[in-house]
Design a protein. Structure first.
Length: 433
């Protein structure tokens, strides 16, 4: 009996607010909310509903009649937790919990719970803790009466003592500062690892996409890795990197990242910025989409919006990978594969069957040719400093000694070439070949 995990009966609600012109498709949003709930093993979903509202009620979210109706639903299925697939203010959360007599989590709180359950690396754990504390700090109003008590001062100063809310908020701020210090040490260590990798001039190809789009399946297929894969939201949380050899023999580093989701909590966008640094430094980005999903276009928009929030360089080449064509009707799948031959950056593939992957790898090779330059440099004997710089950057492919100096063959990125020309303007770039 002691080994049995406690299971909480959860009811999922998606409020469809008619006055919100940017609202998501209600049925698909509810399905995603239920999928989020299933991502936590200790939750048992016992019911779900779309609740249509003309507008949001500031204090309670729902109107009085709908609140009573939902209360009856919860009692009928004996739910102990309500998951609301949307934003709920601290005041609304407190009022609804009192009215229904159950615990309540909104979309942000649920995603934070999932991330907390999945984080494995030290960095991931610290980032989730920071995001959760930032979220809790804004919601101290939802706690019960102990937060409304005032602590008496020492008597040196008149007036009321410090409220428990203020004390709790200060305690959270202290925890956040402590976590930031710990995280900075972890980030410095990872920065050293990144610099070590930078000495091996392999381009980085980063996989991004909506959660459950098939990124990890594609990653495993291309790298031979064994990253956890399951038909579940946020199955992969911590980033993974592996070396991949392209058809032309060149090597790349492929990076699998956490899946994005619409309305990703702002706390997580900020906290996971460091985790997504591989995307920020990528030479090519593969945007993996589940083309079989009915809301694939909306998911694409959510991913692109998140990339903008992360300040990803818009000039980095991006290839759109339409995954799961094996789940489409034959005509649709044929159409997507035809796109591969039209010179567009859109490729239909199946990470499960391997269909279309050869063409995709060829396209990655072509994109990388654009992002790297192969050039010949002519340096005289007095320009040893320039040669040392090239060795540090590890861009030299071959060297020939001449009567007047060196002829050096390099392969480098445009940014490396620009740095070299700025630092050593006297060096002669003889030709590109």
């Amino acid at each position: 009996m002691g080994d049995e995990r406690s299971v909480t009966r959860a009811y999922v609600l998606h409020p469809e607010i008619k006055s919100d012109n940017s609202r998501r498709h209600a049925a698909s949003a509810l399905e995603e909310g239920v999928s989020l709930a299933h991502a936590l093993p200790e939750l048992e979903v016992v019911g779900s509903q779309v609740v249509s509202l003309p507008k949001m009620h500031p204090g309670m979210l729902f109107g009085k009649g709908k609140i009573q109706e939902i209360k009856d639903w919860l009692a009928e299925v004996e739910a102990g937790l309500v998951l609301i697939d949307g934003h709920v203010s601290p005041v609304q959360q407190r009022n609804l919990e009192k009215e229904w007599g159950v615990k309540l989590l909104d979309r942000t709180g649920l995603i934070l719970e999932i991330f907390s359950d999945r984080a494995r690396t030290r960095e991931g754990v610290l980032q989730v803790e920071m995001a959760a504390l930032s979220y809790q700090r804004t919601r101290l109003v939802r706690a019960w009466t102990h937060l409304e008590r005032q602590r008496g001062g020492l008597g040196f100063v008149g007036g009321p003592g410090e409220t428990q809310v203020e004390a709790d908020r200060r305690a959270i701020d202290l925890q956040l500062n402590n976590l930031k210090k710990q995280l900075s040490k972890v980030v410095k260590t990872r920065e050293l690892h990144r610099k070590a990798r930078a000495k091996v001039p392999f381009p980085i190809v980063a996989l991004v996409g909506y959660t459950n789009a098939g990124k990890s399946t594609l990653f495993n297929r291309l790298t031979g890795a064994n990253v956890f894969v399951q038909d579940m939201l946020f199955a992969t949380l911590d980033p993974t990197m592996r070396k991949v050899e392209l058809p032309n023999g060149d090597a790349i580093i492929m990076s699998d990242t956490v899946g994005f989701i619409s309305d990703l909590p702002t706390q997580l966008v900020a906290s996971f910025r460091a985790t997504l640094e591989e995307v920020l430094e990528a030479d090519v980005i593969l945007h993996v989409r589940d083309i079989s999903h009915p809301q694939s276009a909306d998911q694409k928009k959510a991913v692109l919006d998140t990339l903008r929030q992360l300040d990803v360089n818009p000039d980095v080449p991006m290839i759109e990978v339409l995954n799961k064509i094996d789940l489409l009707e034959t005509d649709d799948a044929d159409y997507l594969q035809a796109l591969n031959k039209d010179g567009k950056n859109v490729f239909g593939i199946s990470a499960i069957t391997g269909q279309g992957l050869d063409t995709l790898l060829d396209q990655i090779t072509e994109k990388l040719k654009v992002t790297t330059l192969t050039q010949t440099l002519a340096l005289d004997w007095s320009q040893g400093g320039a040669q040392s710089w090239l060795r540090r950057e590890n861009v030299i492919e071959a060297t020939e000694q001449r009567e007047t100096g060196w002829k050096i063959y390099v392969r480098w990125s445009p940014s490396q070439a620009a740095k070299f020309e700025k630092q050593f303007p006297e060096a002669l770039i003889a030709q590109r070949f």
